[in-house]
Ligand binder design. Structure first.
Ligand code: PLP
Length: 460
């Protein structure tokens, strides 16, 4: 579908007059068009001019099964006709029950209890609230602090923002709820010198920093550690070997809950239903959202160990927390249809079969002077750009501004690739294509990145 030119002009005017886009400098569109995406099919999306883009970021790490799946749309229509809405406050509906059972079966260990939300931020917020109330109920009321990693993004609601490790997006909203404590992330490319030669030593150090932070804060005050299996923000930091085993050990020693924030890393992004399963660790809570519905309707939630639910299953105890649209019947039906596609098409198998060739295709870009590091796992990669490959020198603020905001984001999109150029840590390009992708799509990504990054280098 291509809009007639007059319709596009009107869309632009209306967008600029009435729409407020998220995390967006609205001034950037004073003299240029707001990109308007109207349709999707498989791993591609199309704009209102009929131009096609490879969705190299699955929207926002969401569209696992790709776009235009009518079987999911049909499931949504059927559910909206049958029961469009009823709350999970004191009532249940079959779709939430069935989805909870299915997620419990897929989740590692005894994570059998599902608390639904509508988003990832709400899932993270809910996990912190659960940890706080759980410890109050079980006689450890001083435990409220939460540890998380430098530059990690865990959402935008006030609690989730307090857990987030990005100073710039927190500052305007200070003071935030107290208790957020930062520990180092696992960016081996930027490891401190004394552990820069050995990734296992680096991982041990980074995990031990969690123990040091717990001891510094006072173990009796720490409720939980929030970690992504692969940290997104900063450009995809996979865990070093042994990292999560050591973190689990530390959490057990000090009675601290391990929350695996899998808002991005669950549902096939790393070739497994849950990222924790890929790296072989057992969380106490998993937070999820995004890929659970592949974006056909919003849904999030947390999967919780039986033991954490237990104190809430006696007498008058109640988890005093709820969200009107959480576990919405249409979203739950959509999630079930989405998971059916995962099974029918063996999407996890597809990621596992092709992840090595995805990596190998991206690694061809190492011949470009601007490409410093390529890191990730599964269908989830970050490419760190540097000014000097040998010294790993990064760009100045001004260069970063000119390179990322002034050129790369638009140039990549204009060349037909949706991905993310981000400088919340060091400047990176992030890729997370739909799980249906294969070699032809990897080649397309590599080809566009090569052209645009070559031009970016010439412009520095
Ligand atoms: C790891 C992680 N946690 C939480 C969130 C917040 O999710 P949402 O935007 O659905 O609130 C995100 C969003 O990208 C995320 O990546």
């Amino acid at each position: 579908m291509t809009n007639p030119p007059e319709a596009n002009v009107e869309l632009q005017q209306t967008a600029k007059r009435n729409l407020w886009m998220h995390f967006t400098r609205m001034s950037a569109y004073a003299d240029s068009d707001v990109p308007v995406i109207v349709r999707g099919s498989g791993p591609y999306v199309f704009d209102n001019h009929g131009r096609r883009y490879l969705d190299g970021l699955s929207g926002l790490f969401v569209s696992q099964v790709g776009h235009g799946r009518t079987e999911i749309a049909d499931a949504a229509r059927r559910q909206a006709s049958e029961l469009a809405y009823f709350p999970l406050w004191s009532y249940a509906h079959p779709q939430a029950i069935e989805l909870a059972e299915r997620l419990a079966e897929l989740a590692p260990g005894d994570l059998n209890r599902v608390f639904f939300t509508t988003s990832g931020s709400e899932a993270v917020e809910s996990a912190w609230k659960l940890a706080k109330q759980y410890f109050k109920l079980t006689g450890q009321p001083e435990r409220y602090k939460v540890l998380s990693r430098d530059i990690a993004y865990h959402g935008t609601s006030m609690g989730a923002l307090a857990i987030t490790g990005l100073a710039d997006i927190k500052y305007p909203f200070e003071p935030l709820p107290p208790g957020g404590v930062r520990v180092p992330n696992t960016n081996f490319y930027r490891a401190p010198d004394f552990v820069a030669d050995d990734v296992t030593d680096f991982g041990r150090w980074a995990a031990d920093e969690i123990e040091r932070a717990i001891l510094r804060e006072g173990p009796e005050s720490v409720a939980a550690v929030f970690l992504e299996p692969v940290q997104n923000s900063g450009g995809c930091f996979p865990p070093p070997p042994g990292y999560f085993a050591r973190v689990r050990e530390i959490c057990d020693t000090y009675g601290v809950l391990l929350v695996s924030d899998e808002v991005i890393c669950a549902f096939g992004r790393l070739g497994y239903y849950f990222g924790s399963a890929r790296y072989g660790y057992q969380p106490d809570i998993i937070t999820f959202a995004k890929g659970v519905t592949s974006g056909y309707s919003p849904l999030g939630g947390m999967l919780v160990r039986d033991a954490l639910m237990e104190p809430f299953s006696r007498g008058t105890a109640t988890f005093l927390h709820g969200i009107t649209f959480a576990g919405h019947p249409v979203s739950a039906a959509v999630a079930l249809a989405n998971l059916d596609i995962f099974e029918k098409e063996d999407l996890l198998g597809n990621v596992r079969a092709h992840e090595a060739s995805f990596r190998a295709t991206l690694e061809k870009l190492y011949d470009l002077p601007i490409v410093g590091d390529i890191r990730g796992d599964g269908y989830f990669y970050g490419i760190e750009m540097v000014k000097d490959k040998d010294t790993r020198q990064t760009f100045t603020e001004e260069e970063s501004e000119r390179l990322l905001r002034g050129f790369l984001s638009t140039a990549l999109f204009d060349a037909g690739l949706v991905c993310r150029a981000d400088d919340r840590g060091d400047p990176v390009i992030q890729l997370a294509p739909p799980l249906i992708c294969g070699q032809e799509h990897f080649d397309e990504i590599e080809h566009i990145l090569r052209e645009v990054l070559t031009e970016a280098w010439e412009r520095i």
